[in-house]
Design a protein around this ligand. Structure first.
Ligand code: ADP
Ligand code: ZN
Ligand code: ZN
Length: 663
């Protein structure tokens, strides 16, 4: 017999498979999906069997034989073989790129030498009770469990979506099937795991970026051999190797972490759709603020819309107050916190409750600038300014690992009047500690949660300390359920509005809704204070009224007028490399070809990316917009042009459809 094998090595841009003879002694060990060792060039290389056939078009005498089939299991399950080609086509990836998503690195590359230890993943202990489903929840559950559609579950924060997920998962398990539940990486809290462990015990495996390779392999294997029937994980868990999937859930479906922005680039929803189709199972996209694209598909009938528009137990949504910071300054109050927020914090502390203060900027201050000449401290390797981190007394780059000492004088004019930029989380903690010297102030951001254990420690300390205040970045926005939090302050709401990106307003709306949703989740009134310099912006008015539907309508109209998705398709072609000239030439050549070969496209430019250099690599990009063509035609067309280009070593070129990030 003959096996067609894809080689696991970076050969070139092409996507070949090779024929190998299956020797008689391996006949019982080589299957479609098996990992094999085959002679390739001067040495043995790893590959994966994609097909088995009786004959070959090649001269059989010249074919080489498979040397080994090292695993006790088939690495790529039939479902993945089935969706391989579609996945490649959707994201312009080579077979081996996609297989690397299917099969973790611990299985590939003979990296697995140590024995697997069954390490218990840490979760927060949950007691939080007996629950009787509401009528609304029951309705939603029965709809999901009776049709294999793609559902959009639009439910306000605290409306009991998680409870719905757990129930549909329970039903899937009862009918002998498995379940995939995805949450954003930062929403993957010990609380979530705790909840699922309490309900489903050892049936739950967890996949996220904080696992060591051994832990990841362990989790993968328990799913692969059917020991665990539920996976909870960040986006890569969509490739969990379970069979007979009965339900796929993507919680906080609008979250940008579902787009992989490093190679291989993919969009989780699209893979989920392929898997749901293969398994003939429902797919649930849940959110309090579904993305404009997702909601558009629901209104067009492609997805089925389900709504939970009230909090459970008829709890009120928190009351939102929008505060104009310009007014504060005019009234002589120049601090970071408005008078209203401070007064509310006072009261909260007096009542022995808790507050959460949200600011999407970590560090102490966003930049250091010379007042004399305007010099700004910048990274040596990236075109960005450095962020001051008072904790470590360093200037840090947020795009690469570079660290610098804090200058005492300007490096341009030697002046000593240095100005510190916009405040970050560290500075907020310092300010709050001065205002409330006897109250514990916790901080949660990427700088102090490098390990899952530190995350658990901060969260559980906050949970058991009243009164107290938690300051954090968007890490505090998602999923948390702290019963004693009755006030939420959003310090610099405009921060995310200022991105030059057609999704900036949508993201701001989602973020405000998420953060606000942390307040008043159990029995008492919650309040939210949004501090802004643009109090009349519609995003604040509509977020304050929880009016998602009006927001959606308005945003959709804007997309029509400005010709942005979902009414057009935006393609970004990005080229990066260490030497400026060749990549500049490359992007120009691609631009010329694009221009020559198509008439009807709006061209947004070939230029240095807004972030012109990251980690010492120059970045150039083309943004173009297609108004009419089908997405798959666009992918084929652009991919055809890119494949025809010779890309030198050390240069990377790729395209993205409707990119999440334009810089
Ligand atoms: P969401 O995911 O929509 O934000 P959750 O599922 O976390 O909402 O529910 C919010 C809170 O309400 C949780 O503490 C949850 O245990 C509780 N809850 C959910 N459904 C019910 C119910 N039917 N009866 C009582 N409490 C419920
Ligand atoms: Zn200066
Ligand atoms: Zn840098």
């Amino acid at each position: 017999m003959i096996a067609t094998v894809v080689i696991d090595a970076v050969l070139s841009n092409d996507d070949k498979v090779f024929d190998y003879i299956i020797p008689a002694e391996l006949a019982e060990k080589v299957y479609v999906g098996s990992r094999v060792m085959v002679p390739f060039g001067p040495r043995d290389t790893e590959g994966f069997v994609l097909g088995i056939k009786e004959t070959t078009d090649f001269d059989k005498g010249k074919l080489k034989a498979i040397q080994k089939s090292p695993d006790e299991f088939v690495a790529i399950k039939p479902e993945f073989i089935e969706i391989l080609d579609d996945t490649c086509a959707k994201f312009c990836l080579r077979k081996i790129d996609v297989i690397r998503l299917f099969v973790p690195s611990t299985v590939r590359g003979r990296k697995r030498t140590r024995k697997v230890e069954n390490k218990e993943l840490k979760s927060l202990e949950i007691h939080d009770k007996q629950i009787t489903l509401t009528k609304h929840q029951q309705d939603v559950i029965s709809k999901i469990t009776t049709a294999n559609n793609t559902f959009v579950l639009h439910g306000v924060t605290g409306s009991g979506k998680t409870e719905v997920y757990m129930n549909v998962i329970k039903r899937a398990l009862e009918s002998g099937k498995t379940a995939i539940m995805l949450v954003p990486e930062i929403g993957l809290t010990p609380q979530v795991l705790g909840n699922f462990r309490t309900r489903f015990g050892d049936n739950v495996a967890m996949i996220h970026s904080g696992l060591s390779p051994t832990e990841r392999y362990d989790q993968w294997l328990t799913l692969h051999n059917g020991q665990a029937k539920i996976v909870i994980g960040a986006r890569s868990a969509i490739f969990a190797p379970m069979e007979n999937v009965g339900i796929i859930i993507i919680d906080e479906e609008h979250d940008t972490s579902y787009f992989s922005e490093s190679n291989p680039r993919f969009y989780t929803h699209e893979v989920a759709k392929l898997r749901a189709r293969f398994n003939a199972c429902p797919l649930v996209l849940g959110s309090a603020t579904p993305s404009i694209e997702t909601m558009h598909k629901a209104t067009m009938g492609e997805y089925t819309l389900l709504t939970l528009d009230r909090r459970v137990n008829n709890l009120e949504m928190p009351k939102v107050t929008v505060i104009c910071m310009a007014d504060e300054i005019r009234a002589g109050h120049g601090g970071v916190f408005s008078r209203a927020l401070l007064a509310k914090l006072d009261k909260t502390i007096e009542e022995k409750k808790q507050a959460m203060i949200f600011l999407n900027r970590r560090g102490f201050s966003s930049y250091v600038m010379c007042k004399g000449c305007g010099w700004v401290a910048r990274c040596d390797n990236c075109d960005v300014s450095l962020v001051y981190h008072k904790d470590d007394g360093q200037l840090k780059c947020h795009y690469c690992p570079s660290r610098f000492t804090v200058p005492k004088r300007c490096q341009q004019c030697s002046g000593t009047h240095l100005k510190y930029g916009a405040v970050g989380t560290q500075k907020l903690v310092e300010e709050l500690s001065t205002i409330f010297p006897n109250i514990p102030i916790f901080r949660l951001d990427a700088d102090n949660t490098k390990t899952k254990d530190s995350l658990i420690e901060i969260l559980s300390n906050f949970a058991k300390t009243t009164p107290s205040i938690l300051v954090g970045t968007q890490m505090i926005a998602k999923g948390h359920h702290f019963p004693h939090v009755n006030v939420v302050g959003i310090v610099d709401a405009d921060n995310s509005l200022h991105f030059s990106d057609y999704r900036a307003v949508e993201r701001t709306f989602a973020l405000i809704t998420q953060v606000s949703g942390r307040a008043g989740r159990e029995g008492h009134e919650g309040s939210v204070y949004i501090q802004t310099y643009m109090p009349n912006h519609y995003v604040y008015r509509l977020a304050a009224n929880y009016d998602y539907n009006k927001f959606f309508e308005r945003e959709l109209n804007t997309r029509i007028t400005t010709k942005f998705p979902p009414f057009t398709t935006i393609v970004r072609i990005l080229v990066t490399g260490e030497v400026d000239r060749p990549i500049k030439d490359l992007i120009q050549r691609v631009m010329t070809k694009l221009r020559e070969r198509i008439g009807d496209f709006v061209y947004l430019g070939a230029m240095k990316s807004p972030l012109g250099r990251i980690q010492n690599k120059f970045r150039y990009q083309i943004l173009c917009r297609f108004a009419r063509e089908k997405e798959s035609d666009i992918i084929n067309f652009v991919n055809g042009i890119l494949k025809g280009e010779n890309v030198s070593k050390g240069t990377f070129m790729f395209m993205e459809i409707n990119p999440q990030n334009l810089s």
